[in-house]
Design a protein around this ligand. Sequence first.
Ligand SMILES: [Zn+2]
Length: 456
Amino acid sequence: MRSSLARICLPLVGAALLFACGEAAPRNTEGPAAGGGDSADANASHTHDLRSFGRDLDHAVEIAPNVYQARGTGNAHVIATPAGRVVFDTGLPTEADEHREKLDALDAGPITHLILSHAHQDHYGGFESFRDEGTEVIAHSEFPETQRYLYELVPALMRRNKFFYPTDVPDLPDGILGAAVKAIYPVVEPDRLVADRYEFEVGGTRFVVLATPGAEGADALSLWLPKEKILFAGDTFGPIFPMFPNLTTIRGEKFRFAVPYIETLEMLIALEPELVVPSHFAPIAGKEEIKADLVRMRDAVRYVHDATVEGMNDGKDVYTLMSEIKLPPGLELSQAHGTVPWTVRGIYEAYATWFHFDDTTQLYAVPAREVWADVSELAGAQALAARAAEYTAAAEPEKALHLAAMALGGAPDNHAALQARIEALEFLLERSGHVNHHEQTFLERKIEQTRESLGD
Ligand SMILES: [Zn+2]
């Protein structure tokens, strides 16, 4: 039973559930790339990568003396010592056996420790492939809670993933799909939980496990090799280094908090790493460039956090802040994964909840869309659609979307309203510059769906 479910769901496990942090294709380089992302083209250069799937190299690479990386959708790393190996992250359940084979080919010592960077499956999901007799499995003290809620919410989150990646998720009825995924969901019980810091030594190498709550959640661990000055970052920074963090993922997950992330960046800046090894893509080398990137990331997040708090204190509403707050010159970063406006809203709501204190209807279970049919009847779907088209023509596609929704609320098949919705969505897609892969995919899917309704 288990294996047949696994067959059904492997694509889904590989493609959808695990996109907890962001799907990533490796760069073409084998060894470490130079640090210091070019902020001017940072957005443009990574967008396509984020929409691709991992493509493994056919062998593991030595990224520093006795440090090996198997690269895939999620990377796995080995630090080899004369007394055994320490592993950091495993990659997906579907790629971990292959990662292990490639890594074993370079050093086959016993695995003494397995460190899991966080409870996203592209990082810990392959734990069974790397946990041997006597291996100590180490995770953050928040790991079990993250694993619990992600497991419990499989059906809900699966629906969202299916929207983003329709061809990768099997077309099964909701209930069956959710149950099937739960049946093969990897659940690990770590041997050691780290809330702050844990140090150990293997074969003369010193290992420092650090709690680094970050861009992908509160349960992030990094591994620091103090003598070698190497930082294994997991997804502490998100899938690309450097980038603006995805503190609110629209796939649905708990909020990730700005201030703990700023504190993490402060701590990592002080370490002065010479090689950053994220669990996606190739490592990044260069002490000065890495420091400059870390500082820019810290300052960008701090700027957005402080501007949001200031705006809240000034009595500004969340929409005003989403539109006003922009990264100042010098602090630009890729927004391929998370965006500044979504982060502003995330910070606002993480502090002050979903009730924005301005609209009484937010307190009750009757949303505005329940009166759209009335609006459509009173104003006429044609008139609403015509005004929507005018708004798009005037570069205000968000207003056009509202009006199209009102028109369609009373007349779901209205041709002009469906057409107006498509035009607004296409305008937004064009204006987005195809930078953020979540935004782009969402808009593309909505366009597709609306075209289907039009019978195109
Ligand atoms: Zn990841």
